[in-house]
Write a protein that binds this ligand. Structure first.
Ligand code: FES
Length: 376
């Protein structure tokens, strides 16, 4: 008789280890507060412009993450830049993490990774973090809709659900430019063949030259969606892709009368956020009705910061342009030193507790609660 490991077991892996491993064989958990170096172990070419990078810690570690969460990488480009990438691996395989990265023309992070990251190289990271996740083994009926490299969080959720062999009723729709651009195509087709409750559909913008293509062709439309997933209105929908793609999906669902309370989305393009995502990710900052003075000690600028205004907005008003990427408290790019004063920070995992203890703040999601000084 076999017994399946459930999603909940992921959360209690420490308890499991306590019971089943001796002191000599126990592998410590990856602790985001302490551990911050990953070593690249393998690089896989997925499509002509997409690679998967497999990492583990220097010393053996067990990673605990929820499918859909991301890690933020410090990359040595133009000094140093921070980039967040969703973990594409199954959360049920906790000894490694993988990210899958598509080359973005002119994108410094993706180009550096695809051209330079090799087995044996080390990289500093923070995380895992992020709220875009679902317990795919518990939801009754799910529909994933993704486009391009927005497939990565859905892939982690799908791999996890299939690894745990839970009877999830899951439809997965993915849009790509051509059949050759479909990331993870063969693995997804295999999972669909092996799991009766997993239904898979692809649509490609163009299929000319691909004579054996039997999937859909053209942009995802309401008519196409109804053919792919006739009961889509009964499902919880998770969507990830370029901002314009998600906007199109939202409009289409609204037009169909879909209950948008069951719609959730994640943009993998932090530079092109859609309205509402910020609130989905982190709690709104505590809003004081007072105005406080923010002094930027390096430049000497002083700005009056009104109710609800973040320190990043105040800096921009002063003509200072600090580095910032996600603007959601996730990536850590805007990390700065608070010199004095009280603040309220509502971050999404882009900063460690020990950094907070040292007076660091993420200025994109921090509002002043007194007159403050910031080292900018
Ligand atoms: S810009 Fe990403 S945490 Fe502030």
């Amino acid at each position: 008789m076999t017994q399946n490991v459930t999603f909940d077991d992921l959360k209690t892996v420490t308890d499991y280890e306590e019971e089943h491993f001796t002191e000599a064989t126990r592998i410590p958990m990856w602790d985001p507060e302490v551990d911050d170096v990953l070593v690249c172990r393998q690089v896989r070419q997925e499509t002509h412009d997409v690679k998967t990078f497999l990492f583990s810690a220097r010393e053996p570690r067990v990673f605990r993450f929820y499918p859909g969460q991301h890690m933020t990488f410090e990359l040595p480009v133009e000094g140093m830049i921070m980039r967040s990438y969703t973990i594409s691996a199954s959360a049920a395989r906790p000894y490694r993490v993988e990210i899958t990265v598509k080359r973005v023309p002119g994108g410094p992070g993706s180009n550096w990774l695809l051209d330079n990251m090799l087995p044996g190289k080390e990289v500093n990271v923070t995380g895992p973090a992020g709220e875009f996740t679902t317990d795919a083994t518990q939801e009754e009926k799910l529909l994933f809709i993704s486009a391009g490299s927005g497939i990565t969080p859905m892939m982690s959720m799908t791999r996890t659900a299939c690894d745990l062999a839970e009877p999830t009723d899951l439809h997965f729709i993915h849009a790509a430019r051509t059949p050759a651009d479909i990331i993870f195509r063969h693995e997804l087709e295999l999972l669909a063949a092996q799991n009766p409750a997993f239904k898979l559909s692809f649509t490609c913008s163009t299929t000319s030259g691909y004579n054996s293509w039997s999937g859909f062709e053209g942009r995802l439309s309401l008519q196409m969606l109804s053919l792919m997933s006739p009961d889509f209105k009964d499902r919880k929908i998770l969507c990830c892709g370029p901002a314009r793609f998600m906007e199109g999906v939202q409009n289409m669902l609204q037009e169909s009368g879909f209950d948008m309370a069951n719609y959730h989305e994640e943009s993998f393009d932090f530079g092109a956020e859609t309205a509402g995502t910020f609130e989905d990710q982190i709690a709104a900052p505590e809003i004081s009705d007072q105005t406080y003075r923010v002094t930027f000690t390096k430049t000497g600028h002083v700005v009056e910061c009104g109710p609800g205004m973040t320190i990043l907005s105040a800096a921009r008003e002063a003509g200072i342009l600090p580095m910032a990427s996600c603007q959601r408290g996730i990536c850590g790019t805007c990390k700065s030193q608070l010199v004095s004063g009280e603040t309220d920070m509502q971050h999404g995992g882009g900063i460690r507790k020990r950094e907070i203890d040292q007076g660091k703040i993420l200025i994109c999601c921090t509002t002043p609660m007194s007159d403050i000084e910031v080292d900018l």
